[in-house]
Design a protein around this ligand. Structure first.
Ligand SMILES: [Zn+2]
Length: 133
């Protein structure tokens, strides 16, 4: 449900913008028709103000979408143990997982894929997610 949340939020920004513009125009027309004097000026004020408010709102929502997109690239670094079990079955070209060896200190494991030193307790590489044991 929350896959590609950034795309959904960005689409939501467009929808919010359109809905608020339509709402502002409709509201402006209603005031225009009901007001005796300066009806058209009220229409311009409401429609114009609504347009600006809609633009600002959609910008905020779009910014949230941008932030969600940003965290998508940061997340792998924050989650050192991604679920990659299914990947192993068809990784014939990948280096064998038993080529890793304990570091000189024997407290770290060198990732067979990217060479990053990982804590021995880790199952997956903190950098690339390769299985270490
Ligand atoms: Zn690695």
């Amino acid at each position: 449900m929350f896959e590609k949340i950034d795309e959904k939020v960005k689409n939501l920004a467009v929808v919010i913008f359109l809905l608020e513009c339509i709402g502002a125009i409709i509201g402006g027309i209603v005031v225009w028709k009901t007001a005796d004097d300066y009806g058209f000026l009220l229409f311009l004020a409401i429609a114009g103000g609504g347009f600006i408010a809609a633009w600002i709102n959609s910008l905020i929502v779009y910014a949230i979408g941008e932030a969600a997109e940003g965290t998508k690239y940061v997340r792998p670094l924050c989650e050192p143990e991604p679920k990659q079990e299914s990947k192993e079955t068809n990784s014939k070209t990948a280096p064998a997982t038993n080529t890793h060896k304990p570091d000189a200190s024997s407290m770290t494991l060198v990732c067979p894929k990217c060479g990053t030193k990982n804590d021995v307790a880790r199952v997956f590489c903190i950098k690339c997610g390769e299985r270490l044991s």
